[in-house]
Design a protein around this ligand. Structure first.
Ligand code: FAD
Ligand code: UDP
Length: 368
């Protein structure tokens, strides 16, 4: 007899949703995480009354009403709408790329004028399907925006030339011919009131949670305690890197508490030139309209993931995708292990996609 029905490796959003759903179905879960807190990358630390997004800005957004209703059943979300600014060599531009940005760049006031400029700037590309991020960016917004707001930021973020990156990364950002600075097109958006920990704490209610426990330090013993494993860590690590290590981008976060109530007047300001070593500055209080007398800001410095550093972003270029496909075949052949989440599926998932993926895997697993 096993002590638990499920050993869940990773107390992030995927692990949390799976744990909640299994508990709801009368199952017993042991959830472990190598970090000393729950929530995975959504974790918030309270500093002087401000919820600091320890692993970078997290804004929940989705078009899926079922996912929105699901997360709202655990915690109420506020009306925060992400409208980042881009700082390029001291000048400010609105994001995502919209009529405000086009006016700031070219002084054009109508959609037709903006379209004409973009069409002229992308003419050299012809009608061929964009093959890489550079071609995709120029074909969406033209050469000026590519040079000022995309190239420097992207090459810092990914440590690779835009020509060597897949087009889909830049298609995450809307391009609009209206004066609308909302970074997302989704119908639902917000931040949990009181921070993300409220969500993950609620999801893990009823599960046994052990923190500071690394699956690989005690793999056999931990596995033996449960009938099934749900694994949300790195897929290549699970298989001892037998097909080689997958590339991940990492980040270094430099948090700073300042004795002033408002540093930059916006939650997110991107630095899109190539010289500034960080990609963005986050001012956390603005996610929750905070009125505290002090403020906390975070500079985000991208770096390559080395052994020991945190793997934040899968690098879904061709070389890594083909290795990941082979690992996925190995994962599918593992009896009694469910692989899920950003690291185990090696997918550039947002939170809503992780919730949807976990709920889907639960339904398949329980034959519903
Ligand atoms: P994780 O949150 O990574 O959780 C996995 C957990 O497993 C971790 O806590 C890890 O410590 C643990 N683990 C791994 N290996 C082991 C092991 N061997 N033993 C024990 N524990 C282990 N999404 C959005 O929707 N909106 C945003 O604005 C947004 N911004 C983001 C900004 C940044 C900088 C980053 C990095 C991500 C952002 N995301 C955003 C994505 C979001 O963080 C993820 O989609 C989501 O948190 C992934 O959940 P997960 O459970 O798959 O993984
Ligand atoms: N991007 C950019 N300039 C910006 C913001 C984003 O070129 O000012 C590009 C960059 O390649 C980035 C991608 O768009 O990796 C997706 O941006 P998003 O804000 O979705 O990235 P995330 O929040 O996931 O880091």
């Amino acid at each position: 007899m096993h002590k638990y029905d499920y050993l869940i490796v990773g107390a992030g959003l995927f692990g949390g949703v799976f744990a909640h759903e299994a508990t709801k179905r009368g199952k017993k879960c042991l959830v472990i995480d190598r970090r000393d807190h729950i929530g995975g990358n959504t974790y918030c630390q309270n500093v002087e009354g401000i919820n600091v997004h320890k692993y970078g800005a997290h804004i929940f957004h989705t078009n899926d009403k079922a996912v929105w209703d699901y997360v709202n059943s655990f915690v109420e979300f506020n009306r925060y709408t992400n409208s980042p600014l881009a700082n390029y060599k001291g000048d400010l531009y609105n994001l995502p790329f919209n009529m405000n940005t086009f006016y700031q760049l070219w002084k054009v006031k109508t959609p037709q004028e903006a379209r004409d400029i973009i069409d002229r700037q992308k003419a050299a590309l012809g009608d061929a399907e964009p093959q890489n991020l550079e071609e995709q960016a120029v074909s969406l917004v033209g050469e000026d925006i590519y040079q000022k707001l995309i190239k420097g930021y992207t090459e810092k973020q990914w440590g690779r030339a835009c020509k060597d990156l897949p087009p889909f990364i830049i298609k995450r950002l809307p391009v609009r011919f209206t004066y609308d600075n909302n970074y997302f097109n989704d119908r639902y958006q917000g931040i949990p009131m009181g921070g993300y920990n409220k969500l993950t704490e609620a999801l893990l209610e009823g599960s046994e949670v052990r923190l500071g426990v690394d699956f690989f330090e005690n793999r056999a013993d931990l596995t033996a305690q449960a009938q099934q494993v749900v694994y949300t860590g790195k897929i290549d690590e699970y298989f001892d890197y037998s097909l080689g290590a997958l590339a991940y981008r990492s980040l270094r976060f430099e948090h700073q508490t300042l004795p002033q109530d408002n540093y930059q007047g916006n939650a997110v300001v991107n630095y899109t030139d190539a010289q500034t070593p960080f990609t963005r500055i986050i001012e956390h209080k603005h996610f929750e309209f905070g009125t505290q007398p002090s403020t906390v800001i975070t500079r985000e410095y991208p770096e390559e993931s080395e052994p020991g550093s945190e793997p934040y972003y899968p690098v879904n270029d061709d070389a890594n995708e083909s290795i990941a496909r082979e690992y996925k075949k190995m994962a599918d052949a593992q009896p009694n292990v469910i692989f899920g989440g950003r690291l185990a599926e090696y997918r550039y998932y947002d939170m809503h996609q992780v919730v949807a993926s976990a709920l889907k895997k639960v339904r398949v697993h329980f034959g519903e």
